[in-house]
Design a protein around this ligand. Structure first.
Ligand code: AMP
Length: 381
């Protein structure tokens, strides 16, 4: 199947081939024609499946023939759980709109940065990508109106609900017209997602992409080390130096730990930055773009960052501490081995975490080889 058979204009085909999208991913094959037909969609798909382009392309196809609405009314609203995802979705929309004959006005709004520039820029916006909290602030101050929205996308709806955005989402839905096209994307079909689905979707086309994380897991070489808490730092540095790892994403379970690990790495001559919710948006964005472009060797992140981060060919993920849920483990290691590339995931397991790691392996249905680290000489690391 080719993109040209999905009903997209030739201007997109040029962009897609420039971007190396040679053929549509399964979710794109299914979603693009259905969205172009005006159908509601329920897609169970993870980050990495190509879901962003699966809604961005048909939305752009439809909107390119429309005039911007007047008086701060937007036509398309994409709700996302985190600032990083907002920035990423914005990037995909802009990239795909690049060769269109007419400029489409796209804006991402999220908290953590000043609201005034966003208010000013909202004039004439056609596609608005927003996190729930900031969107409500903008609606409340009449900087944007949602009553003419024609297409609503809920991206990573499960994450949005997990992060406690339920009330905000309900309020946002109350501002939207009932007659519109609704596109719901979620990695899992939780009870809460099913509730939203019931409220929102009319006779949806259901797309279930075979759990991508499982597919990916086969591509990921997983290993682990038994190691005491005190030796985790030196072992991490040893692994980075010995294996000459150039681009490593390290996960910790707290903001405090993320900062501490990044500091220690830097003190030992390894270029590292922490990225977590307590950092300013500017600092997060800067670390992420340096890391993406290969200018930052190690990025230390908390779980909040795990899902949204999309980096092509990330070779290595390290679990400095295990996440609480096995699902988060899969999401974390899923940052590697994406888009059909092999990756490596290493977990550092303290004695307290051993039992939990057994549960994770059982849930994942895969055994991970565990190495002992006692005999490794960590002097000088
Ligand atoms: P997403 O699931 O939207 O986060 O996309 C995952 C990654 O796949 C992104 O880096 C996209 O640029 C890439 N991608 C999406 N669709 C295609 C495609 N048809 N061919 C090649 N790469 C793609």
């Amino acid at each position: 199947m080719s993109f040209s058979s999905l009903g997209l204009s030739p201007s997109f085909l040029k962009t897609l081939s420039e971007q190396g999208y040679t053929e549509p991913y399964p979710i794109q094959e299914k979603a693009i024609p259905a969205i172009l037909e005006g159908k509601d969609i329920l897609a169970i798909a993870q980050t990495g499946s190509g879901k962003t382009a699966s809604f961005a392309l048909p939305i752009l196809e439809k909107i390119q023939h429309e005039e911007p609405l007047k008086n701060r009314h937007v036509s398309v609203l994409v709700l996302v759980p985190t600032r990083e995802l907002a920035a990423q979705v914005n990037e995909v929309f802009n990239l795909l709109a690049d060769n269109l004959p007419r400029r489409i006005n796209i804006l991402a709004v999220y908290g953590g940065v000043s609201i005034n520039p966003q208010m000013i820029r909202l004039q004439g916006v056609q596609i608005l990508i927003a996190t729930p909290g900031r969107l409500l602030e903008l609606v409340d101050s009449k900087a944007v109106h949602l009553s003419d929205v024609k297409v609503l996308v809920l991206d990573e709806a499960d994450k949005m609900l997990n992060l406690g955005f339920r009330d905000e989402m309900t309020r946002i839905l109350s501002f939207l017209p009932s007659k519109k096209q609704n596109l719901l994307f979620s990695a899992t079909l939780s009870e809460e997602v099913t509730h939203i689905e019931g409220l929102l979707l009319k006779d949806p086309v259901v797309i279930k992409i075979a759990d991508d994380s499982e597919g990916n897991i086969e591509l990921i070489t997983q290993s682990a080390y038994h190691v005491s808490e005190e030796r985790k730092g030196p072992l991490l540095r040893y692994l980075i130096k010995q294996n000459n790892l150039k681009q490593v994403l390290v996960f910790t379970s707290s903001v405090f730990k993320a900062d501490a690990v990044a500091n220690k790495l830097r003190n030992n001559g390894i270029d590292a930055s922490a990225i977590h919710s307590k950092k300013s948006q500017g600092a997060r964005q800067e670390a992420l773009s340096k890391f993406k472009s290969g200018k930052l060797q190690v990025m230390v992140a908390t779980d909040l960052m795990a899902r949204g981060i999309d980096i092509k060919f990330l070779p290595c993920v390290v679990n400095y501490e295990l996440p609480r849920s096995p699902k988060d483990y899969i999401h974390r290691i899923g940052r590697t081995g994406r888009a059909e590339n092999a990756g490596m995931a290493i977990s550092l397991i303290s004695p307290e975490e051993e039992h939990h790691f057994k549960i994770i392996q059982k849930k994942m249905g895969k055994k991970v080889e565990i190495n002992e680290s006692e005999s490794i000489d960590l002097h000088g690391y």
